[in-house]
Design a protein around this ligand. Structure first.
Ligand code: ADP
Length: 536
């Protein structure tokens, strides 16, 4: 019998959880993001599409650039669902490259040009990637990664392709909604990153959800900021949703974001209406704005995502900007980004912030270890099913099998287990209660502690390693590494990890101990280390 038959819930409660609290069924056209973008181009090619620094592109110009890239990929032999690594900084060329990959029927695989070559190589190898798009600043990394991966991949220069004589017309490659659209690599606890693959239908459903909930439909002059790193899946909707809705994208450089005041200037100077930040950035922004209050121009909605949003920040936000909505967006890369939105126009009355209600075409469940529904209000693991559920991790059946399972409530469909704990509140909102494992977020970046610990253990002389989070004030957090062994100095370990991991995964502090403290069961006692981290 299906698992849910064994559940202790009454029929009425089952009905409530499975149907009343599920997202509404909504139309999902059998098309793709890039086809809807092409429709916008045909309707109004002169409309502004994207800007970065002083440069701007109209819909027609961006489309022509994307088409040149698509034709070049096709000429290089790209076939449906072939991954294309895009090793570009966040620029207008990067937007054209991403669009070009979709148009050609390839799978967009974004890579940050500042990532260590070995990590990029591992991603190319794992995804059997044969096409790499690069630019002068990332050429060397792309070639080094291709060589290290031992894959037979062509490295194409995006500026070269754009300057060339390739046709600027739509390639007209048919792309089915069931086709894979993109791969984002996320940290993996065993040491190897996992490449989550999502399909066009899930991507489109998410973009429609963003357009509905962020009020991007049917309005003129909408401007959305593109702030997230290209290796973080939230970067995708930040450009794709406005381009699908007829709005425009404002790319904000990382250096500008670092200065807060610079970011606020961008918001007002470019008439930004919708922006998105991670909670730790919201905190920095609020601290700045409380000291130097200023109007935020046309901004009408600010989405906050990636990690738990604290009530205190929401209260401070509405005290300063009662007219600007906050949207707490919750989801995971494996389910095509966000699956729940909490749309707030004032601070909630309860003493925590919920992550929202089920959205279009998405079923939300709270289950126990046997995948049985737990009673309303009881804690359990949050799981999702519906069109949002991605394919799994590329070339990694085992880890795919653990997280992507058959949906016991809707036979024939699949469910993704988030690893997050949560509970239903009576009115159909979910309260987020934390993680089941050692996945953490630093500045919104998803990190498996185990990946860092495993890397540390590979350094000669390191005997034991443990990494803990030191919760500073507010939303700020640091990774702190402890190790034992003969010889290695903290600086050596820092340099070693910096050569293997993205900057946000390198611990801030390293402490060598004679021996790491153990629990009664002989496991490393992270509670003790966490306390120690706060005092060292
Ligand atoms: P995203 O799809 O938002 O980029 P990631 O794949 O990077 O997300 O990370 C997903 C995890 O991040 C979730 O399983 C959850 O633990 C955490 N998370 C994301 N958004 C929120 C939120 N609004 N509140 C609490 N936790 C969140």
């Amino acid at each position: 019998a299906p698992h849910h038959r064994r559940s202790l819930l009454s029929d009425a409660e089952m009905e409530t959880q499975l149907y009343r609290l599920a997202g509404r069924r909504a139309e999902l056209p059998r098309t793709t993001f890039h086809e809807l973008f092409e429709q916008r181009v045909r309707a109004d090619p002169a409309r502004p599409a994207a800007s970065h620094g002083p440069a701007t592109l109209t819909y027609g110009e961006l489309n022509a650039r994307a088409n040149r890239i698509a034709h070049a990929l096709l000429a290089a032999g790209l076939t449906a669902e072939a991954p294309v690594a895009v090793v570009l900084d966040r620029t207008l060329d990067w937007l054209a490259a991403a669009l070009g990959v979709f148009k050609a029927g390839g799978v967009y695989l974004p890579v940050r040009p500042d990532f260590p070559a070995d990590r990029v190589a591992a991603q190319l190898e794992r995804s059997e990637c044969r096409f790499v798009l690069a630019e002068p600043g990332s050429d060397d990394l792309a070639r080094a990664a291709v060589a290290a991966a031992g894959v037979d991949a062509a490295v194409l220069s995006v500026p070269g392709l754009l300057a060339g004589a390739g046709p600027g017309t739509d390639p007209g490659v048919p792309v089915a909604p069931e086709q894979a659209a993109y791969i984002y690599f996320t940290s993996g606890s065993t040491g190897a990153p996992k490449g989550a693959v999502c399909e066009h239908a899930g991507m489109l459903n998410h973009l429609l959800m963003k357009i509905e909930d962020m009020g991007l439909a049917g309005r003129d002059g909408e401007v959305v900021t593109q702030t997230a790193s290209q290796c973080f899946d939230i970067s995708l909707w930040q450009f794709a949703a406005p381009l699908m809705a007829g709005g425009s994208v404002r790319i904000v450089d990382t250096e500008v974001l670092l200065s807060v005041g610079g970011f606020l200037d961008e918001l007002t100077a470019h008439d930004v209406t919708v922006a998105q930040v991670v909670p730790s950035y919201l905190e920095v922004m609020l601290t700045h704005l409380e000291q130097w209050p200023r109007p935020l121009g046309r901004l009408r909605s600010l989405s906050v995502t990636g990690e738990a949003l604290k009530l205190e920040l929401v209260q401070r936000w509405f005290a300063a900007y009662p007219q600007i909505a906050l949207v707490n967006a919750y989801g995971a890369t494996e389910v095509s980004d966000d699956t729940m939105h909490e749309i707030l126009d004032r601070a909630p009355e309860r003493d925590f912030v919920t992550v929202g209600t089920s959205r279009r075409n998405i079923n939300t469940y709270v289950v126990d270890e046997n995948l049985a529904l737990v009673p309303l209000g009881s804690p359990g693991e949050i799981a999702f099913s519906g069109v949002c559920v991605g394919r799994g991790y590329i070339n990694d059946e085992e880890r795919t099998r653990q997280a992507f399972v058959a949906d016991p409530f809707r036979p024939g469909t699949r469910m993704y287990r988030t690893g997050d704990f949560g509970r239903w509140l009576p009115e159909g909102r979910i309260e987020f209660l934390g993680r089941r494992d050692e996945q953490v977020k630093i500045r919104g970046f998803r990190i498996e502690i185990g990946e860092i610990e495993n890397k540390l253990l590979t350094f000669p002389g390191v005997r034991e390693s443990a990494v803990v989070i030191d919760d500073g004030a507010g939303q700020m957090r640091n990774l702190v590494a402890f190790y034992s062994g003969d010889g290695p100095a903290p600086e050596q370990l820092r340099d070693f990890l910096a050569g293997l991991l993205p900057e946000y995964m390198v611990p801030t502090y390293f402490h060598g101990l004679d021996q790491l403290p153990l629990t009664e069961n002989g496991k490393i006692d992270k509670k003790v280390l966490k306390r120690l981290a706060g005092t060292l």
